[in-house]
Structure formats: structure tokens, C-alpha cells
Design a protein around this ligand. Sequence first.
Ligand SMILES: *Cc1c(COP(=O)(O)O)cnc(C)c1O
Length: 232
Amino acid sequence: MITETVASRLEEVNERIARASERRGAGGEVSIVAVTKGHSADVARAALEAGLRALGENRVGEMEGKVAEIGRDAADWHFIGRLQRRKARQVVGLADLVHSVDSLRLAEALSRRAVEEERPLPVLVQVNASGEESKAGIPPEEGIDLIESVCDLAGLRVEGLMTMAPFTDDDSVLRDTFRRTRALFEEADRHLDRFRGTHLSMGMSNDYEIAVEEGSNMVRLGTVLFGERSYD
Ligand SMILES: *Cc1c(COP(=O)(O)O)cnc(C)c1O
């Protein structure tokens, strides 16, 4: 039952992504991170059965629970939430990609743990491209230097950038946020040897089509696939 619902929602989402890519006029795959936070392990299993592979969680404890129920190797585990430095060790063991590296101090903590555990950690640097005070992320003005510092840390592989747009239906605000992040992504890719511009993680349920039009190649989708969750 859940599996069928998720599969048909995913089909619709894939069509919308394909149309947005066409409007953008550039080819290339857009990958989907199924954001299962606030949902049960059964919902996460339904996502995997529907053909999704990457599962996104924003709390370390919840992620740990799902990993235990579903299996470390049964999915790609993406950590997308705000991360406290004291949880760095846990995350290094659990995550295949951390989207939310939003300060050098956090990056250093992850680096130390990744080196200790001899487990290189792929990360994205989170950019606060809208300048909202409530949002995590590095300001784009400081961006390139900070990204370079993160790239220089042992044990981390910087594979791209992530941003969250403000919650608004004002398209121009959304587009500005995504464009600023993409400009920084391209600058980093051109100028920083150790930066691998693989993932540009932008777009959630309410704005993913615009994000794809603006160059996103990784969208993080919860509500549009699974409905409302138990918390926000
Ligand atoms: C919850 C969350 C999402 C998914 O949000 P939806 O609006 O349900 O698609 C995406 N990214 C981050 C960082 C989140 O915390």
C-alpha cells in the first residue's frame, strides 16, 4: 500500500523534474534524496522499493535508528540537518554524504573523526544564500575561502554545495538564492583543485522545479513523496 503510493508520487515527481530540466535546456541527471525524517522505517523501505536509493535524515538519533532497522548498506544515508560537533563521530560512522557542513569548526570536528576512524567522509558545504538569520550555512561572500579551507582538511571529500531557500512562494527570491549558490559552486569548481563539483543540492518539495531550472542536480524531497510528517 505505502509502496504503491510512493511509487506513483515518484513517477509524477520524475515527470516534473524532466520537464524542469527541459526548460533549463541542459541535460544531466537530477538525483533525488528521499527525506524520510519524521517517518517510520516502513516508509523508508517503501522509498527503497520504489527505486530510490538515498535516504535523508536530519537528526542523528533518528538516523541511527533507521540504519539499525534497514541496514547500513541497504541505502545511501544522507545527513541533511543541523549537526552538533559532539555528534561528529556518530555521523562519520553512519553517513555516506553530509549536506550540512556550515562552519569550519564543524568541518574540523568531522575531519578529526574521519581520520581517526580511517573513513573518508564525503561532504557538501551548506551556503546561506538568502542571508536569513535563522538559516544555517556560510555567507556566500566568505564562501570561496571557507570552502577552500574545508577542502584542505584531511579525511573529508568536498563534493559540492547545498542550500535551503527561504520558505516563500515568491519565485524571484527562490531563483536568487539558487543562482547565488550555483555561481559559488561554479567558482569553486573552476578555482579549487580539491573541490569536486559533483552535487549541487538545492530544492525541496515546494521549490524543486525552480531549483532544477536553476541548475540543481540533487533535490531533497519529503512531503511530496510521503505526505505530512510527525514533526518539522
Ligand atoms: C525536511 C528537509 C527537506 C525536505 O522537506 P520537504 O519540504 O518535506 O520536501 C529537505 N532538506 C532539508 C535540509 C530538510 O531539513
